[in-house]
Design a protein around this ligand. Structure first.
Ligand code: BES
Ligand code: MN
Ligand code: ZN
Length: 497
């Protein structure tokens, strides 16, 4: 998809569709009045008949006939002035763009001035517009035959119109940022949507090498033999049930001078059948998404490098497959982790925390200034928060607050759960240093309490994205399937506004 920014009058644009935003309960703008006149009062009529009132995400598509250079006009509602402005924009534009895509309209012009809300700069509006349109029109159709009726065309071009020549630069700045960010989100979504038969740990490693090559960052991949030499018994334990060999993927992006790096760690379970503690069949196919944390880390490093963010980042993705087999670990086994702490495996389906334990210990050699891990870690997190927020827990309140704020800005919301030391009582083992499950109560918290045992000397936050990494129904700029959650959150956090 191309984005072009130009000064221009929306009513004079030759385009397949001109997209104009309308706020609810506000007097019509100059453009809207002029448009209504050209269209013989069609807009006013639609408003009077209550077909279109400018409610958030409401749309009205009209054919312009010969009355305008544009073939069609699409009005999209912004709703009432309240809440997070940029999120409202992303949702409205995502709705508009995917509607047009469904009608096989491949390119459109957007009247950017109509999308300017109180408290939202031109650059932020342009960024939200490009994010909303790009992410709203995202489709994973690699495995559909061509010309299938179900396959909508790819978006061709968005032309964004501004009023003054002097505004082009600022809008361009926002649009360019959005494109770099969306590259990372799209990479993460593609990786999550990729089926398990294609997505081996080595497949993830190959994708990491590819993105490192494109951006000039460094990539190291440890294979089974190297993991054995290191002594990553927890990670290797999970991996031993699958014939596909594990990988530890390490990406390093350095543009922050001599400062200590931020370490980002992402769970990369390419398929989670549960191991010997086998999961039920229902919805097991969705467990190809159990590497969404790892995908978010790869996507964030790609976007950060494209944006040339002035920071040092280390991305660590432990990649394994969790399958039952004759060689798989059993409930009751004791593993020796890289930290030398021993772990009693009560349930082989609590595998994420095992591989993250070794990844956290591995992160120590980078002396990180802070550590953030992302994982589709627990079903209990979905019970607690549903699909509208990821859980955040950790040992550094300042970091947690900043992450929550970043989540509010970008629309990937977080909600904090407590990590009081009492919870650690649930993961005491009778025979080892710790056990990998804490029973049913507070499952998302005891999982984090387990991770804390391996993160205690870091400034650390853990994000449980089990409820947000996969979309079941489709939302305005998040189609069904992998959401790419985490990429925009971390970029927004690192940009720290
Ligand atoms: N990957 C799952 C968690 C999950 C469940 C993510 C549903 C997304 C949707 C994780 O490995 C898991 O199986 N966790 C267990 C832990 C339990 C055995 C302590 C769970 O939540 O049931
Ligand atoms: Mn599991
Ligand atoms: Zn899992």
């Amino acid at each position: 998809m191309d984005v072009v920014i130009r000064k221009g009058d929306p009513l004079k644009q030759k385009t397949s569709c001109i997209v104009i935003a309308v706020s609810e309960g506000k007097a019509p703008t100059k453009t809207l009045k002029a448009l209504d006149e050209v269209l013989d009062g069609a807009i006013g009529k639609a408003q009077r008949e209550q077909e279109f009132r400018g409610k958030h995400k409401e749309i009205l598509l009209l054919h312009a006939g010969r009355r305008l250079p544009a073939e069609r006009v699409l009005l999209v509602g912004l709703g009432k002035e309240k809440g997070n402005g940029t999120e409202r924009l992303r949702q409205a534009i995502g709705t508009a763009a995917s509607h047009l895509q469904g009608k096989k309209v491949r390119s459109f012009a957007l009247d950017l001035s109509s999308f300017l809300l109180k408290g939202v700069s031109l650059a932020s509006a342009a960024r939200a517009a490009v994010e909303g349109a790009t992410l709203g029109c995202y489709r994973f159709d690699r495995y559909r035959s061509e010309n299938g009726a179900e396959t909508p065309p790819e978006l061709g071009q968005i032309l964004m119109l501004v009023e003054k020549q002097g505004e082009i630069r600022e809008a361009q700045e926002g649009a360019t940022q959005a494109r770099a960010i969306c590259r990372g989100v799209v990479l993460a979504r593609d990786l999550v949507n990729e089926p398990g038969n294609v997505k081996s740990p080595e497949h993830l490693a190959a994708k990491a090498r590819e993105l490192a090559e494109e951006t000039g960052i460094s990539c190291t991949v440890l294979g089974r033999a190297e993991l054995e030499v290191e002594g990553m018994g927890a990670l290797l334990g999970v991996a031993q049930g699958s014939v596909r060999e594990p990988r530890l993927i390490v990406l390093e992006y350095r543009a922050g001078g001599g400062s200590a790096p931020v370490a980002l760690i992402g769970k990369g379970v390419v398929f989670d059948a549960g191991g010997i503690s086998l999961k039920p069949a229902e919805k097991m196919e969705e467990m190809k998404m159990d590497m969404a944390g790892g995908a978010a880390v790869l996507g964030t490093l790609l976007s950060a490098a494209l944006l040339k963010l002035p920071v040092n980042l280390v991305g660590i993705v432990p990649a394994v497959e969790n399958l039952p087999s004759g060689s798989a670990i059993r409930p009751g086994d004791v593993l020796t982790s890289l930290s030398k702490k021993t772990i009693e495996v009560i349930n082989t389906d609590a595998e994420g925390r095992l591989i993250l334990a070794d990844a956290l210990t591995y992160a120590r050699r980078f002396n990180p200034r802070l550590v953030i891990d992302l994982a589709t870690l627990t079903g209990a997190c979905i019970i607690a928060l549903g699909h509208h927020a990821s859980a955040v827990l950790g040992n550094h309140e300042g970091l947690i607050r900043q992450l929550i704020r970043a989540g509010e800005r970008c629309g990937e919301r977080l909600w904090q759960l407590p990590l009081w030391e009492e919870y650690a009582g649930q993961i005491k083992s009778d025979i080892a240093d710790v056990k990998n499950t804490g029973g049913r109560p507070a499952g998302a918290i005891t999982a984090a309490a387990f991770l804390q045992k391996f993160a205690s000397d870091f400034n650390w936050a853990h994000l449980d994205i089990a409820g947000t990494a996969w979309e079941d129904k489709g939302r305005p700029y998040t189609p069904k399937g992998g959401t790419g959650v985490g990429v925009r959150l971390l970029i927004d956090y690192l940009q720290g506004k």
